[in-house]
Design a protein around this ligand. Structure first.
Ligand SMILES: [Zn+2]
Length: 218
């Protein structure tokens, strides 16, 4: 009887571990100093290229969570991101929050974004980091893992280069996923901030990875 109880406990522990892999990932445990730079809401006709140039200058690879509508309006930039060795993932088609979407609408938002981008996505970042039952069901239907973040630069508010830099440099830890934006409506601080953040973190021994490399190991 005791033996049976132990076996049952082992089975239930194993199944809860399986369930945990579907949980949103905000950061990973990392023994080395790996971090992932992520850029949301693009592509943008000006800032995406500028960011790509800074990343190239330091040989750093990053992950772009694109909006399908912006992919359509700015053709060629997803191809450019892929050509330069970056990862491109899903940030929905029209940036509607998950709590405003039912399952079917969420599925349409994700599929339409994939069709527009021409990329088979593995990850999705829900706009605003907001989740809902319908959204999660749609994401798992498409086998997307949900990715959030652990360092928030709030660069979309255009708070000044210094604030964007210190949001990263004073908070970053190994295994962090850093949230930035290549599409902002004002004058972006992000390309200039990256010119300071990247060399500083490299000097501190950090290694930049894509989200997939960070989660699955390079
Ligand atoms: Zn967004």
């Amino acid at each position: 009887m005791i033996k049976a109880a132990v076996i049952l406990l082992a089975i239930s522990l194993a199944s809860s571990c399986v369930g945990q892999t579907d949980k949103p990932v905000s950061r990973v445990e990392s023994e080395d100093k790996s971090v992932a730079l992520t850029f949301d809401d693009g592509p943008h006709p000006k800032y995406t290229e500028e960011i790509l140039d800074v990343l190239d200058e330091y040989g750093v690879k990053a992950t772009f969570f694109v909006i399908g509508k912006n992919v359509k309006e700015n053709p060629g930039l997803v191809e450019e991101e892929l050509r330069r060795g970056h990862e491109v993932e899903c940030h929905t088609y029209s940036h509607k929050y998950a709590n405003a979407l039912g399952y079917k609408e969420a599925l349409r938002e994700l599929k339409k974004s994939e069709d527009e981008s021409g990329v088979v996505f593995s990850y999705v970042r829900p706009p605003g980091g907001i989740l809902s039952k319908g959204f999660s069901k749609a994401a798992s239907e498409l086998s997307y893992k949900t990715v959030l973040w652990s360092v928030d630069t709030r660069d979309w508010k255009c708070p000044g280069v210094g604030r964007v830099v210190s949001a990263v440099t004073s908070n970053v830890k190994p295994g962090d996923i850093i949230l930035m934006h290549d599409y902002v409506s004002g004058k972006s601080d992000t390309p200039e901030a990256l010119k300071i953040i990247i060399p500083k973190l490299l000097e501190e021994g950090y290694v930049f990875m894509t989200v997939d490399e960070l989660i699955n190991g390079k």
